[in-house]
Write a protein that binds this ligand. Structure first.
Ligand code: KG4
Ligand code: ZN
Length: 333
């Protein structure tokens, strides 16, 4: 069965066609980076307007790339939440219209479950039970998945998401938007041990994350030592990245050993970061834990992951009514 996936939860307009629940026939992502770059972050009103402009051509491209027609679709999966309400509404409206006109089943997908399902798009798929670290621009959370389509929240950020911290630190350093890839590139020229940034510790020992402290530490450093030389900027980027990676890897490994799971899924936009991928793989190998990390293009927002999660939910008998609506605060667990 061919499933059309539609994703518009934040600043990426995406559509994909998936066959058999895991074979990507096409995946089109229209980035809005240039729209939001002048503001150093996503402007919700501009995001929804841009989605309206490009979503139909994006879906048409996905169908054309896959070599299928609307009539060849067996189901439509769309991101229902969490995300920006105005952005989500654009994808949901189109998905509902297409499902109504083509008389095919519709399913609403949780964006975070979509990120987890990106790991099922490349062999070998993760076996249950596993622990998933979803680390993106809007979310940083650890989920325990004991069985298909079942999730328990293990830990989450108490303030900023990790990707948000990358974006804000890049802005403080005058590097541009989106910050993650730019910090990663800049960090290659810096010394990760140059600055000892604080590692957030939870006084209650909870497996939660916090990234606001390190962001403030960078801000204080920029204000105190600015204007910074390119070498100083690279050292801050490298030290910041190394500290964030250390926090993410440490909490994930601790949670995995406490839960006794032998498989970890690393996903979300920040999972495109090579330093994080490398550090988690190295630490996991020491504990004989298998890490599943999607290719970078499947870690960042895309619609193939939404179609994959949707196909699994369709197979489990789930259907959304045409009255379904965007849920900006939709929880996964
Ligand atoms: O998953 P995603 O595309 O969208 C959300 O669901 O939020 O994640 C976007 C986030 C942004 O904050 C971006 O800066 C970050 O992922 N990101 C990275 C990298 N590539 C994207 N962070 C660190 N290193 C990267 N290479
Ligand atoms: Zn995302």
């Amino acid at each position: 069965m061919n499933v059309l996936g539609i994703e518009s939860s934040c600043d990426e307009t995406a559509a994909a066609v998936l066959a058999d629940g895991c074979r990507i026939l096409s995946s089109v992502v229209a980035s809005q980076d240039l729209v939001h770059a002048p503001y150093g972050g996503v402007v919700p009103e501009l995001a929804s307007r841009r989605h309206v402009e490009v979503i139909v051509p994006v879906v048409e491209s996905a169908l054309a790339d896959a070599g299928v027609k609307l009539g060849d679709l067996g189901a439509i999966a769309v991101t229902q939440g969490p995300g920006l309400v105005g952005s989500l509404l654009v994808g949901c409206s189109l998905a509902k219209s297409l499902a109504y006109v083509m008389r095919v089943p519709l399913v609403g997908v949780n964006h975070l479950e979509g990120h987890i399902f990106a790991a099922f798009l490349e062999p070998p798929p993760p076996e249950y039970p596993f622990l998933a670290l979803v680390v993106s621009g809007g979310h940083t959370a650890l989920y325990h998945a004991p069985a298909p389509l079942t999730y328990t929240l293990v830990g989450r950020t108490r303030d900023d998401a990790a990707g948000e911290a990358f974006d804000k630190v890049a802005k403080l350093l005058g590097l541009g938007y989106p910050g993650g890839p730019i910090i990663e590139r800049t960090a290659r020229h810096g010394d990760p041990g140059a600055i000892a940034f604080p590692l957030a510790q939870m006084t209650d020992q909870a497996p939660d994350f916090s990234f606001s402290g390190i962001k403030t530490a960078v801000s204080l450093r920029v204000n105190r030592h600015g204007p910074l030389s390119p070498g100083a900027v690279a050292d801050i980027a490298a030290s910041f990245q190394a500290t964030v990676v250390k926090m993410l890897v440490r909490k994930t490994m601790k949670a995995a050993s406490r839960l006794g799971v032998k498989r970890v899924v690393l996903t979300g936009g920040v999972a495109a970061n090579q330093a994080l991928r490398g550090a988690l793989a190295a630490e996991a190998a020491l504990h004989r834990i298998t890490v599943h990390v999607p290719s970078p293009r499947l870690c960042t927002d895309n619609a193939a992951m939404i179609a994959a999660a949707g196909a699994a939910r369709i197979a489990a008998g789930q259907r959304a009514p045409l009255t379904m609506n965007a849920l900006p605060d939709l929880a996964l667990a």
